[in-house]
Design a binder for this molecule. Sequence first.
Ligand code: 3HC
Length: 322
Amino acid sequence: MYGNILPTDIALAAPNTDPVKLAEFDARIARGEKIEPGDWMPDEYRKQLIRMISQHAHSEVVGMLPEGAWITRAPNLRQKLVLLAKVQDEGGHGQYLYHAAETLGATREEMVEDLLTGKAKYASVFNYPTLTWADIGMIGWLVDGAAIKNQTMLAHCSYGPYSRAMVRICAEESFHNKQGKEMVYRYALGTPKQKAMAQDALNRWWWPTLMMFGPHDADSPNTPQLVRWGIKTKSNDELRQEFVDETAPELHAVGLAVPDPELCYDEAAGHWKFGEINWDEFWRVVKGDGPCNKERLATRRKAHDDGRWVREALAAYAARSS
Ligand code: 3HC
């Protein structure tokens, strides 16, 4: 039950296409008002949000896997504690976002089923392997940095529960980003072997990070509607450019080389120009054929199966208590 609506109410209601209500809704968006769960909203608005928020939640939970693999191999107790805290945060972000999607009438069972069957997407970046400990620092700096860029925008999203979830999540992501930067600084300014590890990690994570912002705006079928309804307030390419403008000089400052021969600063434009993303690789990974897609889903499916007894025990307890 979310406010005064049940998921089944939504499923049974007539399609929300009333032109008067749609005009009122557009006016609310134009005034910068927050839309709340019990408010009238176009079906497409609801569908877009369920799609985006549930995939965001999947990304957080699957995103625990590449880093989680290094918890038992952290070089010291302090680094283990920091990584443990980070991975736990990501799991909590996933729960936050699944709840936000549930306020729109989606059920947890449906969303998880869509992930486990491969129907739903999650961020392609998490389908790459973490080969050395330096990857953990580079993920914190780049991947969480890109997530902050995107999520800071989403904190202004027109849908109340999503924008409020972003405020809490961005606060924790900034800790993830700072701990990653600290690690990479230490390696990049450390021994030649440590610097080589940091550079190797940058070489492997730079382009998958740029892919996190999605396809070019011209190839982004969802962006026009998301911008119209104030769900996105910046486009994929805008956010990607902001990220490169901020991150490239910081990486250079610690003596690391961005793996892009076309990267150069355009004084006239006031931006860093960069090369073209390998869109064949992007779509191959998005469609399930990346280096770790199968492994990630197999791990999620096993975790879901292993947790069946807990779900059944909770359901039995709830039935007996009602
Ligand atoms: N990985 C996987 N799928 C992607 C993708 C990516 N990097 N970029 C785009 N896609 C998919 C979209 O989901 C869409 O497919 P769908 O219609 O079947 O859902 C299709 O490619 C076309 O892309 P669009 O640009 O039209 O889609 P969007 O407008 O939704 O833009 C997005 C994609 C930028 C990822 C947007 O959905 C978004 O901002 N989502 C919310 C934020 C999010 O999910 N971030 C993921 C990272 S979470 C994270 O990093 C955790 C942190 O703790 C480290």
